[in-house]
Design a protein. Structure first.
Lengths: 486, 469
């Protein structure tokens, strides 16, 4: 895996190169390659060069941090003042927020350079990024295959070296699964570790902003900056992580208790299973203790997820009515007709499907049978995970039951697609953190990701454990050559 | 056919916090449209609500003032519906765990109107209709509200008005709202149904847009009549939302509610559950001011003030504070009250003037003046004149009444004056001797004038009669 941030930061500090020069390199790469991958849906090159200039000043004055002057990208559902932020949906076409998300404020204060916004499933609803109104982003490892979703554009950009790192969002696996499909690192933090203010909401009790990067160290550096309690988000938690990046490499895995839940491996294709178990063996060979655990409630995680996510989404997406922002239908006789037409024309199929599902499970007469029950089951799952982390330090599981689908895969119905989230959704339901790192390629050369899961606020342990593998195990996935490699 | 009324009232009250319930925008009334707004209260994508703690405190205060039990554990819920003045297409409100439950308001008759619940929620924006277009102003969106739901205990329009009036009085007195119906900081939705005695309750309708206390009575009367006509004709009352229009003094159907709205309530995921400790509840309870009805009782029973006079001040927090303070300085309650009802109220014509009670004279200054009356050092008329002057200038009583004005009249001086009265009024003396006793008033007039009001009339009478013989 390739460390990008620290080396760049060193080059900047040593005056070998300026941020403006670095930014220009990325810009050139995007101009050349984005048509191939459709990773970016909007670019902010002028602004980026402005930021790069300011970053160079910060560096000159000695007030730079590791992230100063480093070009990056935001998923198209993360708000930045004055920049197009459309959730890859027609209903938000042309929308430019007039405020910054907290994560972007933090990065901006460090002198980060934003190159543009990246492609995603419309409103983050999907596992392939194909529901984007701008067309699917493509997997740099094999452009006949999807990137995964919903943060597919970010994963594609990072993999193809069109950004040093990306911020994505993960509600049911949307950072980890694309990371797995593209062979890069993806971290979903603990629910509440990173402020959601400015993240356009999909499933409020499940959403978290996550990091996509080419290495564990890069991931840790970005996480250290974006995490922290925020007065604008009452669900954010004041947990003092300390620096997760500074202490990487200080720990080995001797005595680390790794839980393997057989339910996680049911129905997984054998190549993936083997790849994960090989990685697990690596840890065992280095002193970790492997513990067999049972997670029977796991199979209920999918319906619980879809009921809760869709219910919250049906409410969160009510505000898109053409009155204050975004797309507004033409030809209507009254407000009601305007709203009806705007939403009918503005939303894609999958979004409509989930809104209707969510409305149904919350409706009178069905609330108890679906939503309330899902919430109770959620409590069970949380309790089960708490129980497991009494005996294990981390869990290891595949990130996805498959590798990157071919584009327009007609073999999957919407429900089949939902089932592919089995490995990732339990993490969002319980609010714990998880990281996906690439461990091998399948026989088609498509990357396989391994998920390391910990209890709440155990990001440091996850990053340490992932880093140990990255540094000491054989790199069977390799870096993607191309884009802006400095 | 004599129908019986069943009525319950839902009252929305805008809380007088400085900022909105979920963001830092000001709650100030008015302002250019859409200038008291931010991403949160305009429902921008990505914005999140942050609960203003003071709103919870105000709600607890309001609940305690109407004898509610406070829930120590509570949370917010989303109420989903579509309307242009609701930017998120859901209102953050409370469904099954309101902050306050099981209270009551006691009417003068002793009857208690029970309060089922009080919960907190955000207000919506305002629609302005102009020239065929509808405009939305979000300034009001996010202003904190409490919704007070009464049980259907109200039996007459008068009771309804009294209930609303008492709620208004109480909420103003505990300082949670200015409760101005014309400005919309207090809104009453009145639910009305009628039935024959010993029959089940009838179908109810809800009347909205009542903008004054007296219009509550008006609107209810009209709606009861409408329902009576329907039932008399053998038809059924349809559950509807009605609107009262003050200009035309009519009640008409706004929309029928054949099917109840499904708001798909679910717990608000962006706001965590909150705890109101019992300690905090007691702290708020102890800080409650004396409530108006209790104050009235105290004025009538403890201070022996005439009820109709006490009623003229008990509603106004600032007036009663002033009154109580003056009495605490040692001035007699009766005289203080008279001074307030006289010269002070003369300058305060409107309800608002009395609410604000913006006068230059302090309670101590009034007390000093009243003590002179109490000690019989000056007469009431003189005091009233003096008070008028004090109100204008804000100065102490000593500015107008000097020490030697107050020096008493000696018996000798009085005797001299009485003799002077007799000498100056021979005709009156004749009249008195011949039985026309009223003529003695002329003597009194002379004595009072020449003693500058200081003479003791009874003493003077005795002396004059003795001198006349």
């Amino acid at each position: 895996m390739r460390e990008v941030i620290a080396p760049l930061a060193k080059m900047l500090a040593d005056k070998e190169i300026s941020s403006v020069e670095i930014t220009n390199k990325y810009i050139t790469a995007i101009e050349q390659d984005n048509a191939k991958y459709n990773a970016y849906v909007s670019t902010t090159f002028e602004k980026a060069l402005e930021s790069a200039k300011n970053a160079d000043e910060m560096i000159a004055q000695g007030s730079a941090s590791l992230l100063t002057g480093i070009p990056m990208t935001l998923k198209d559902n993360i708000c930045s003042d004055g920049d197009l932020t459309t959730c890859c949906s027609k209903i938000l076409e042309g929308f430019k927020p007039y405020y910054d998300s907290t994560v972007w404020s933090k990065l901006k204060a460090q002198g980060a350079v934003m190159l543009g916004k990246t492609n995603m499933d419309e409103f983050a609803m999907g596992s392939t990024s194909e529901t984007s109104c701008y067309g699917a982003p493509l997997n740099p490892r094999n452009t006949n295959h999807v990137t995964g979703g919903s943060s597919g554009g970010g994963a594609s950009a990072v993999c193809a070296n069109l950004a040093a790192y990306a911020l994505g969002s993960d509600t049911g696996g949307s950072v980890r699964q694309p990371a797995s499909f593209c062979g890069i690192v993806g971290l979903k933090p603990t629910y509440g570790a990173v402020s959601r203010y400015g993240l356009i909401a999909y499933g409020s009790s499940l959403d978290q902003i996550g990091v996509l990067a080419n290495s564990v160290k890069d991931t840790a550096i970005v996480f250290d900056t974006i995490s922290g309690v925020d007065e604008h988000d009452q669900t954010s938690v004041d947990f003092k992580f300390g620096s997760t990046a500074d202490t990487l490499g200080q720990k080995d895995v001797k005595g680390l208790k790794i839980g393997i839940a057989r339910e996680y491996f049911e129905g997984i294709n054998s190549e993936i299973k083997d790849a994960i178990m090989q990685a697990v063996k690596f840890y065992e060979d280095n002193g970790a203790q492997i513990i067999d655990i049972k997670l029977p409630v796991l199979k209920q995680a999918l319906p619980v997820y879809y009921i809760i996510a869709c219910a919250e989404a049906s409410s969160n997406l009510g505000r898109y009515d053409g009155i204050r922002y975004g797309y507004r239908a033409e030809n209507f006789n009254d407000v009601e007709e305007m709203i009806l037409k705007t939403r009918t024309q503005g939303f894609g199929e999958e979004v409509k499907r989930r809104i209707m599902l969510g409305t149904y499970v919350l409706s009178s007469g069905y609330y108890d049978a679906y939503y309330k029950k899902a919430c109770l089951l959620r409590e069970n799952l949380i309790a089960d995970f708490d129980e497991i982390f009494n005996t294990c330090d981390v869990l290891i599981a595949p990130t996805a039951p498959n590798t990157a689908f071919p584009l327009n895969y007609s073999g999957a119905s919407p429900v089949d697609m939902y089932l592919s989230d089995i490995a990732t959704v339990p993490i969002n339901i319980t609010g714990v953190p998880a990281i996906s790192i690439p461990v091998d390629n399948d026989s088609n050369g498509l990357p396989i990701g391994m998920q390391i899961i910990g209890k709440k606020f155990s990001e440091k342990l996850l990053l340490d454990t992932a880093y140990f593998y990255e540094k000491n195990a054989q790199d069977k996935v390799g870096n993607f050559e191309g884009g802006a490699v400095l | 056919m004599s129908y019986q009324l069943v009525c319950g009232i839902e009252t929305h009250i805008e809380l007088a916090t400085k900022t909105k319930i979920f963001c830092n925008c000001t709650t100030q009334f008015g302002g250019e449209p859409n200038t008291h707004c931010c991403p949160v209260c305009t429902g921008q994508p990505g914005a999140l609500p942050v609960l203003n703690k003071q709103v919870i405190e105000y709600a607890v205060r309001a609940g305690l003032a109407v004898n509610c039990k406070i829930n120590n554990n509570s949370h917010m819920d989303r109420k989903n519906y579509v309307y242009p003045d609701l930017p998120k297409a859901y209102q953050i409100s409370q469904f099954d765990e309101p902050v306050c439950v099981d209270g009551y308001v006691e009417l003068d008759s002793g009857k208690k109107i029970r309060i089922e619940r009080i919960h907190i929620e955000e207000d919506a924006g305002k629609l302005v209709h102009d020239g065929g277009y509808t405009y939305v102003d979000y300034n009001r969106g996010g202003v904190p509200l409490i919704e007070i739901v009464s049980m259907a205990d109200i039996s007459t329009p008068q009771e309804a008005k009294e209930y609303a009036e008492k709620l208004q009085l109480i909420m103003r007195n505990v300082g949670v709202s200015d409760c101005k119906m014309q400005e919309g900081s207090m809104r009453c939705d009145v639910n009305v149904s009628i039935h024959q005695p010993n029959e089940p309750w009838g179908t109810r309708t809800e009347i909205k847009n009542i903008n004054s206390l007296s219009n509550i009575v008006r609107a209810m009367g009209l709606e009861m009549e409408r329902q009576e006509d329907i039932l008399d004709a053998g038809e059924k009352v349809i559950q509807s939302t009605m609107r009262y229009d003050a200009n035309s003094d009519t009640v008409y159907v706004l929309r029928s509610k054949e099917n109840a709205d499904d708001y798909r309530y679910f717990p608000e995921p962006d706001i965590l559950r909150f705890v109101i400790s019992q300690e905090k509840v007691e702290e708020i309870r102890n800080a409650l001011p004396e409530l108006p009805d209790a104050k009235l009782k105290r004025y009538i029973n403890d201070m022996n003030l005439p009820e109709n006079n006490a009623r003229l001040i008990y509603k106004y927090k600032n007036v009663t504070e002033f009154f109580d303070a003056a009495v605490n300085e040692g001035a007699s309650a009766g005289n203080v009250l008279n001074m307030i009802l006289g010269p002070i109220y003369a300058a305060l014509q409107t309800e608002e003037d009395k609410e604000n009670f913006d006068i230059k004279t302090t309670s101590k200054q009034l007390a000093d003046l009243v003590k002179l009356i109490d000690d019989k050092k000056i007469r009431a008329n003189k005091a009233k004149e003096t008070l008028s002057l004090m109100l204008e200038s804000g100065k102490d009583v000593t500015e107008y009444i000097k020490a030697d004005d107050l020096a008493g009249l000696s018996d000798d001086d009085l005797k001299v004056l009485c003799q002077g009265a007799i000498d100056a009024n021979p005709k009156a003396v004749e009249d008195i001797k011949s039985g026309k006793d009223k003529a003695i008033n002329v003597m009194f007039g002379y004595v009072m004038k020449n003693s500058r009001g200081k003479a003791d009339v009874k003493k003077a009478e005795a002396i004059i009669r003795e001198l006349i013989g």
